[in-house]
Design a protein around this ligand. Structure first.
Ligand SMILES: [Zn+2]
Length: 148
């Protein structure tokens, strides 16, 4: 299939494929094949098909999101936060993995993985006094870590 340069209309286009990587926070690094077309006449560079890279990138993101949901649920389990606990606190009746494997709900899981104590804040029904106390404790812990 000969490609047309979108800038000058030449058919003298060369294509190469390179391996690129995508990873979302806590997700696996997923590789995909990026296509790069170059016009030999005007030197324009890009994906001249207009969309073949988009599909690859979307698939890579999807795979990384799915792995992130799995990894986070596993990591939280390792620090003693079970799926049952998360489901109870968030009021989820379905499988956590099914709920969180896609954006934007994955973002919530990423926040919980980054600040696991946020589950306690939710469990305390966002009580302002409790939030004040826990934030104070966490800030002190961070200060101590920085001075070590
Ligand atoms: Zn061209």
């Amino acid at each position: 299939m000969s490609l047309l340069c979108p800038v000058c209309g030449s058919f003298r286009v060369t294509s190469v494929q390179v391996e690129e990587f995508i990873s979302v926070p806590y997700g696996d690094k997923i590789s995909y094949i990026k296509r790069i077309d170059t016009c030999e006449i005007c030197k324009e560079v890009g994906d001249f098909t207009g969309s073949s890279n988009d599909v690859e990138i979307e698939e890579a993101y999807r795979s990384s999101n799915i792995s992130a949901a799995k990894n986070i649920i596993y990591d939280l389990g390792k620090i003693g936060i079970s799926e049952m606990t998360i489901k109870r606190i968030l009021g989820i009746r379905f499988s956590l993995y099914e709920v969180f494997k896609e954006e934007p709900s994955l973002k919530l899981l990423q926040v919980i993985r980054t600040f696991p104590w946020i589950l306690d804040v939710i469990d305390m029904n966002f009580d302002h006094e409790y939030i004040g106390k826990i934030v104070e404790i966490k800030l002190k812990m961070e200060e101590n870590n920085e001075t070590k």
